[in-house]
Design a protein around this ligand. Sequence first.
Ligand SMILES: Cc1ncc(COP(=O)(O)O)c(C=O)c1O
Length: 372
Amino acid sequence: MSVLPAAGVISLARGIPSPDMFPAQLLADCARRAVERHGRVALNYGPPLGFEPLREWIAERHGTTADRVALTPGSLIALNFIVRERFAGGGRAIVEAPTYDRMLRALAEAGAGVVTVDRTDAGLDLDRLQALLREGERPRLLYVLPTFHNPTGRTLTREQRVALVDFAIEHELLIYEDDPYRDVRIEGEHEPYLHALLYERGAEELALFTSSFSKTVAPGLRVGYALLPPQLAAPIEAMATHTYVSPPLLAQAQLLEFLEGGHLGPHLRHLGGFLGARRDALLRVLEDQLEGVATWTRPDGGYFLWLELPASLDATELNARAAAAGVAFVPGAGFFAGERGAGTARLAFSYPSVEEIDEGARRLATLVREAR
Ligand SMILES: Cc1ncc(COP(=O)(O)O)c(C=O)c1O
């Protein structure tokens, strides 16, 4: 018997967790303990960069000191603070093509000039980067999504990371590494963080990092964080103070209970299995139905894969027909600065059930085959 609503639109568009992924009972226990143990601090206003014991927990995990850790209500606000600080008065940013669409929006709102470097299976095009550094104004940062990249699902190999870090050191280029999906791993081994490689080489001033517990624990907690290079700590602290005085300390204390209770590791393993079944359901249909017609990435984790359609197909037009057929995805063009990516699409496998993914992907594949 089908578990699908007859006329329901299946969303391969929403890059959000399925509610079935949340460790709800554990978080309920952690909320109570957080109030009981930390309530006198966590129910009050507090430090603008967040709940001190969680800053320390994160600092230890990343091999840095707590004064470099800024806890923010989700990492998107850290991203916006960073963009506002770095691009006050203009300046150029280098982003990958494609890249996270909200970064493009933040840069546009700040009035930053955006130049791009292609991100493919081969990593970042370092020759292009070199050319960008030779021409025009010096870029104020390079924004990179190294692991389970949004929107493509691609991950930089260790060699690609080392080459990028060598390049950054040689050219004194600030690397902004946004890596919220890294721990959402279905299979394979972790690659080193870019900031860790930079720290090892004594280049802390070139390392800027954001991540989040949104993808690993629950976005409703709104706990994101930045690891700031020394020159950014004071300006970001001032922005946090002026914007919200202090972030939601209670959610941070609740999360700390979860982390100190040793629940993260087992939860991440559970998540890997949960998402693996969904990714595999999507890949199975693509392999069955679209082999030789389209190409796609096969991510080892994260929420997304990237579909490259036959040359004649426009993903925005396809999306309109898909809505009528009861499936939604995100056309890829919005992840590019400028007019590119018409024949690409981001498919998310984090939200629907395995049955819905199977059905949604079949509906989409049928449309692609018919339209070819
Ligand atoms: C690449 C990337 N960065 C940052 C974020 C922001 O996440 P949050 O504000 O929930 O931490 C997201 C969420 O979709 C994302 O995909």
